[in-house]
Design a binder for this molecule. Sequence first.
Ligand code: AMP
Length: 468
Amino acid sequence: MALAPMAYLKEYCLTQFTDLNLDKALLKALAEKGYATPTPIQAQAIPGVMAGRDLLGVAQTGTGKTAAFALPILHRLAADRKAAPRRGCRVLVLAPTRELATQIGDSFKTYGKHLGFSTAVIFGGVKYGAQIKALAAGIDVLVATPGRLLDHIQEKMAVLSQTEIFVLDEADQMLDLGFLVPIRKIVGHLPKQRQNLFFSATMPAEIGKLAGDLLHDPLKVSVAPQGTTVERVNQQVLYVETSRKRALLCELFDQPDFTRVLVFTRTKRGADRVAKSLEQIGVEAASIHGDKSQGQRERALASFKAGQVRALVATDIAARGIDIDSVTHVIQYELPNVPESYVHRIGRTARAGAKGSAVAFCADDERKLLRDIEKVTRQVIPTFDRRNDRALGAATAAMPEPLGVRPERAPNAGRSGQPKSGNRGNRSRSGGGGGGQAKSGGQRGAAFKGPKRTGDSAPARTGVWSNR
Ligand code: AMP
């Protein structure tokens, strides 16, 4: 029987990793990982990078971009084995956050497991000693965040003069975090003769200029044109009153297919509050943001990855570059101030060919943000109006007050906005008014309504995630 066109393409025409002339040790590691078919960015980038060309990759996380550079880099190292320079590295990868740096380091280790190269990951917020020791011996592949690496360079503990390949990952995020100056300083320490690989999800003017300065006749690969949204993500916007978002969130978690859900809030406090609300109704949840210690963030991520918690509540910066397979749903509890963040957020689901769903809550005062998002992503997102919804009103009235967090109040709201202590710790969310424990809808509304917080709403440019 003749194959349908798509099946035909899949069956006969797609490149396989085995077609790319990669080192056998890499093919073995890929086979062990169960990867046979390169993603589009890998198919387009790997041959050119293997041949030594510079690369400009316009791609976001989830496209397989890490392997698109890690595989040909490892191939090149294997084809030209030599000792790593003392206090230096053969390959330098710069990444904006410690999470992303760690993931990239892990990818190099996974793909290079049969090659025996050394890999180290360097970021701020931890002691210098072990990093200095690792650098002293020389490292084949060094993955670093810019601030801490610059510290080591200034202390003459890191010398980059013999680096052969330089990768800049998530360049647009680097810009957001205020890392452009450190990056230019680091580049000043690299030798002129080198291979450069440059990745960015979007290409704002400053990033375009940086790419122009760094790259020589680059191979250009774009897997998601600027501003367009991941097509595989089923997106919807729910209009809802701010005061009823909590009830709406709980309603979503009643659906059994919401198994591994990433919830985005704009603020750190908001992330804690939402995680606590979920725990109150019996949904295992963890939050991750810049005020959490490294250990707390790692534990939260690990338990989410292991499926021990159903919900991970995150701020944009904390979630950057997080690579978690099989996120079933992304919920945007609040729309982001920056439209591009919407794209980054929904890109956390539907990774590596999987399908995914993204639901965004939009209160009346967020409509402008929604318009901006639709403009930037050049799409109209299906909307559903859940305002004045009776069920949500009743659910809101029946909900326990959030644990251990002060309710937001309008500046002039009276003390009636305070939670009643009797409601604290109530994990019941059965219908029928929660056993009469709830306040009247009006009072409850006062407790959760109020103007949106602005104090800590903008992602810190270098603040809590400082990599120094
Ligand atoms: P990245 O865009 O590099 O963050 O990769 C996204 C996810 O896709 C990661 O979990 C990778 O392990 C996975 N991945 C990368 N390449 C492939 C491939 N060729 N086939 C299947 N999964 C892949």
